[in-house]
Design a protein around this ligand. Structure first.
Ligand SMILES: [Zn+2]
Length: 246
């Protein structure tokens, strides 16, 4: 299983998608813009067990905010949305006000449509993200991808019912490992965030769930096998909230 992957952006996307379909019972392909969603649906829409969802990546909002109306339309047709969110890091500071607007519009649309499962980017902006989610109860289920906030923010997110998708790259720094270890175990699902996320200089593949389990095991004081079973059970639980024709 992989709950956050940019499958369409691997150099050999079609082959990687087909291999993901062979190896994974579920792969969530989050697109980064409405146009990418359209193109990717055309090229990879036939691949089984791969869920393709519309999004507008916060790092692209500065250039692509004009695609927001398309995003809001696309959300009508899908059970899940992503990648959306807010990036508060220095490089994207200038677009923060627009990022907030775009994210809030997507969350609000999800609420109007009865609730969706959202894959959310929150780097340097967890507070902003949670504030907007709190304003729109009924938006559905939030999955915070590669969470790098504080412990207090993580606890607030947990109380709001958020899930966390975590991949091998989250363990590459000491701070990342420490945060991963503290995440509520029953709300963690695997992700790859490939091909952007890397381990040992190579892009992480969508079938990295076993590797993620290995990395969690010492923190959870269990075997890699048990960690894998826990991630899998969580994934199945979250999948039940996503209504899609697999
Ligand atoms: Zn991503």
């Amino acid at each position: 299983m992989d709950f956050h992957c940019h499958l369409d952006l691997y150099p050999n996307a079609r082959a990687v998608a087909e291999e993901a379909a062979r190896r994974n019972e579920f792969t969530w392909l989050v697109t980064t813009s409405p146009r990418a969603y359209e193109a990717t649906s055309r090229v990879l829409g036939h691949v089984p067990r791969v869920l393709i969802t519309p999004g507008l990546h916060p790092e692209l909002v500065a250039r692509r905010a004009s695609e927001l109306p398309e995003l809001l339309k696309q959300i009508e047709q899908t059970a899940a949305v992503g990648e959306i969110g807010i990036d508060g890091s220095y490089r994207f500071k200038a677009s923060l006000p627009v990022q907030r607007q775009v994210f809030e519009a997507a969350v609000s649309r999800s609420r109007e449509l009865g609730g969706k499962v959202l894959s959310i980017h929150s780097r340097g902006a967890v507070k902003d993200v949670l504030t907007i989610l709190l304003k729109h109860p009924g938006y559905g289920t939030a999955v915070l991808h590669w969470f790098t906030g504080t412990v207090a923010e993580m606890e607030a997110a947990y109380k709001m019912g958020c899930w966390f998708s975590v991949g091998p790259a989250a363990f590459s720094s000491e701070a990342g490992s420490a945060m991963a270890a503290r995440l509520p175990r029953e709300r963690v699902v695997p992700e790859s965030d490939g091909p952007f996320a890397e381990e040992n200089g190579a892009p992480i593949q969508p079938w990295s769930m076993e590797r993620t389990a290995q990395l969690f095991a010492p923190h959870w004081e269990c075997t890699a096998h048990e960690a894998l079973a826990a991630l899998h059970a969580n994934g199945q639980r979250l999948l039940r909230t996503i209504d899609w024709p697999s």
